[in-house]
Design a protein around this ligand. Structure first.
Ligand code: MCN
Length: 789
């Protein structure tokens, strides 16, 4: 079933599989589009937020009177001013019975719990006047002790973030006899890995415009989730859902950070209601670093038990996950998405997982590209390299001995997921060939022999992930929030052009292009004849939005099914017009033809006939429109092998990525160019975690990395040219055979890079380097290991 694709793969003439350039890009990259900040409404005011400079404090006084007299200021509000109506920001993922979900007022009323929490706001005639007037607001704080360290936070007598204490929840999962797996195991390795806190850095900062017209409300937001947001805002603010329209105009990236119901969205709506005028808020970059929800921040204590031949017996995971100060939309669910992934692509007898969610006085964490799965993949892939070194087995060979073989699918893992298909052998073979693995190992041996100050390291990551978030029933067992279905509507206009309404909400993934390709093939219409509408709850009322690499494996299938319904309708009309039986109508290339004759009608002809409605089958409702809602039976499980070669200067600690090969298998591919772009971006983000990025708080809970000079994102100059390729093992659980790709690169790449660094330094006794592996950390790791020897 697996197809190894090569450069020379011919174009098929079909749209699916064609490397089309994205039709939406011209308007997106030139900025001539509906970014939220570009929206100008008559009489619009601008909001600026005063944010807490304290990590933990009681608010004893807020005096807004002086600010009200500043030029251009129309209104000033404190948390108290909205106390009766602002509600509590929602958490839709209560993962356990014992979970503590604290009140989370959008604007703090009596206590602040992280630096950056909104305490007051100014509404003015322009954003600069609003920002200037913030300094005139007086706030008295009574400092409380910050809580910054998860381990300390759980100790008896620690200062409390919330009255109920600092433990948010404990969640356990166990399968198999873990005691037996570890008892008398010939090899047991224990490691602690730190997943540092990251700051999602979408190109477009968050932005909100809220407006009212009588009792009607419209919220424009740079959000990934217009549909979920509408429901949640209705529940939070009490604005009736049918009076609230949410629009996600074009959105410039999110990476999970815009999968949220934010304080600013709620407050802008309330302010617009109070003042009866439209208001806008656009975040500054440093404000964003402080207050966009952060990602990762986990401490993973993991141990693996194995036989001497490398066969894995069992895996234990004990996780501390920093929730930050509050539980936001899916905060507690993030580490649990990882719970099902620690076993990776490997077979084992027993698995034991415990996660404790901990409150600290820091910005809340939540979904960031991969959300739980990069962390899990990192741990198991690092462990596999460690185990290989311990046993003196080549890391690829160790993986081969443990992974699920391509003949064993479908395979139910120790974590309880059923992987429908995969071919780890094929992806790995292809990656090894492209990487020239043996040559690099030979060079590594040579450099080690001659004690070259620049050592070569090779890192392996053979990952899988669960994505295509759905099925509703499974998600429902983990949350009371959103299900996992997706909706699409296909309207064939009278002239034969096609309008697609999708419930997916793209923010950089190229859905307009990919969806057009699916429709073009399904209905036999030109790619250019398809328009895709999205992101507006008035025009696309049904949807579950975009996250968890779900849009294609869920939304794409809903679209295909809607096309099938359109075709069935068209077949009925064609049969009627051609005086034939519907069963005798064949469809090819947009033409409905009576089998064995030349009599036919094009889709366009049928569309016009259904519009005119002069001569239709009895009971046929005019127009060729159809809609479908799809809820898959399973997640989607892309996989792949990423190989990274690094050169580590052992005298300075500098790491240079010399080559990077990624062979991913995302099932059938709709658009190879988009997939390659997704993989490239994903790898860059994963390398960012491995080498550069970290949100740093000082001992008082001040975020030190509020600018791009402090929070280091990789630039093109920091990255090598990636060699990417694919194998194709179709998903068996959906008719397109597709698997998601949106997070794959990020999940795969971080362990590949760190494995490579540790591999380079193993002769020095180095067993781990904490991320981000900055030159200083690498240098120290070498010196400490040398000192210990
Ligand atoms: N695709 C394809 N063939 C496949 C799989 C995917 O052609 N077998 C195409 C799809 O048609 C779609 C794109 O690849 O155009 C991504 O599809 P999918 O994997 O379904 O992911 P989503 O569209 O649901 O996007 C979400 C995913 C996530 S979870 C994060 S985080 C992320 C990502 O997408 N954030 C992004 N990629 C991003 N890309 C950009 N530019 N900006 C972000 O914020």
């Amino acid at each position: 079933m697996t197809e190894v694709l090569t450069e020379e793969r011919k174009e098929t003439g079909r749209e699916i599989g064609r490397a089309r350039r994205r039709k939406e890009d011209a308007r997106l990259v030139t900025g001539r589009t509906k970014w939220t900040d570009n929206i100008q409404l008559p009489g619009m005011l601008h909001v600026a937020f005063l944010r807490s400079p304290m990590a933990h404090a009681r608010i004893t006084r807020v005096d807004t009177s002086a600010a009200r007299n500043r030029p251009g200021v129309v209104a000033v509000f404190s948390g108290q001013d909205f106390a009766g109506e602002q509600g509590s920001l929602p958490c839709a993922w209560p993962v356990s019975e014992d979970i503590v979900i604290p009140e989370h007022p959008p604007m703090a009323v009596s206590t602040v719990r992280y630096v950056g929490e909104a305490v007051a706001c100014v509404v003015a005639t322009d954003r600069y006047k609003a920002a200037d007037a913030l300094e005139a607001i007086e706030v008295d704080y009574e400092p409380l002790e910050p809580v910054l360290d998860m381990t300390e936070a759980l100790k008896e007598g620690a200062p409390k973030v919330h009255e109920a204490g600092n433990k948010a929840f404990t969640w356990k999962f166990a399968q198999g006899d873990i005691e037996a797996a570890f008892r008398d195991a010939p090899v047991v390795l224990e490691r602690t890995y730190v997943q540092q806190r990251l700051i999602p850095s979408a190109m477009e900062p968050r932005a909100v415009v809220a407006t009212t017209d009588g009792d009607q409300y419209t919220l424009y937001s740079a959000t990934q989730i217009p549909h979920i947001l509408r429901v949640m805002l209705a529940l939070t603010t009490g604005i009736p859902e049918h009076k609230l329209r949410v629009i996600a105009p074009d959105v410039g990236g999110g990476f999970g950070s815009k999968l949220q119901v934010t304080a600013e969205e709620v407050l802008c709506l309330l302010i617009a209601r109070r003042l009866g005028r439209p208001v806008k808020w656009t975040e500054s970059r440093s404000e964003g670093n402080l207050t966009v929800h952060h990602g990762r921040d986990q401490i993973q204590r993991v141990s693996i038990a194995a036989e001497r031949d490398g066969r894995i017996r069992g895996l234990k995971v004990d996780l501390l996950a920093d929730m930050g100060a509050y539980l936001m939309l899916v905060t507690p669910g993030v580490p649990l998405l990882g719970a099902f992934m620690y076993n990776g692509i490997y077979k084992m007898d027993a698995y034991d997982f415990t996660c404790t969610g901990v409150f600290t006085t820091k910005m809340p964490t939540d979904a960031y590209r991969g959300a739980g799965r990069p962390e899990a993949t990192f741990a198991i892939e690092r462990l596999m390299d460690e185990l290989a070194a311990e046993l003196g087995i080549d890391p690829i060979e160790l993986r081969r001995r443990n992974w699920i073989k391509n003949t064993e699918f479908p395979y139910t893992t120790i974590a309880g997921l059923t992987y429908d298909s995969g071919n780890y052998e094929a992806a790995t073979e292809r990656a090894l060939a492209l990487f020239k693995y043996d040559d690099l190992r030979a060079e590594q041996a040579e450099r080690r022999r001659r004690k070259d100050p620049v050592q070569l390291g090779i890192g392996v990551s053979t990952y899988t992930e669960m994505c295509g978030l759905a099925p509703s029933r499974v998600l429902g067992s983990l949350s009371y929030g959103a299900g996992g279905w997706e909706h699409a509507e296909v309207r064939v206009l009278p002239t034969g052009k096609v309008e697609v309404v999708t419930g997916s909400s793209p923010h950089g993934q190229g859905h307009e292009t990919a969806w057009s390709q699916i429709v073009a093939d399904a209905l036999g219409v030109p790619f250019e004849d398809v328009t895709v509408l999205h992101g507006d709850t008035a025009s696309s009322p049904k949807g579950m939005d975009t996250y968890g690499s779900r849009s294609l494996p869920v939304g794409g299938i809903a679209l295909l099914q809607a096309c099938e319904k359109v075709k069935e309708k068209a077949r009925r009309v064609a049969a009627h017009l051609l005086e034939a039986n519907p069963e005798d109508i064949e469809f090819a290339d947009g033409r409905f033809q009576v089998r064995g004759t030349s009599a036919s009608k094009t889709l366009q002809e049928i569309a016009l006939a259904t519009f005119a409605a002069h001569d239709l089958p009895d009971g046929f409702e005019p127009r060729l429109d159809a809609a479908a809602t799809y809820d898959p039976e399973n997640f989607s499980f892309p996989h792949g092998t990423h190989l990274c070669a690094v050169e580590v200067d052992t005298e300075t600690g500098a790491v240079t990525i010399r080559s990077y090969v990624a062979v991913d298998d995302v099932g059938r591919v709709i658009n190879p160019l988009i997939v390659e772009g997704q993989v490239h971006g994903g790898i860059a983000q994963g390398i960012g975690q491995a080498l550069f990025e970290e949100a740093v708080y000082d001992g008082q809970g001040n975020l030190l990395t509020t600018t791009m000079a402090d929070y280091l994102l990789p630039s093109a100059a920091d990255l090598p040219g990636f060699v990417t390729d694919r194998t194709e093992t179709p998903a068996t659980t959906n008719p397109l055979g597709v698997k998601g790709v949106g997070e794959a690169g990020t999940i795969a790449s971080t362990p590949a890079v760190v494995n490579a660094i540790v591999d380079a330094l193993r002769p020095f006794g180095v067993r781990d380097v904490r991320m981000p592996c900055t030159p200083e950390r690498v240098w120290r790791a070498i010196r400490e290991a040398e000192g210990a020897q």
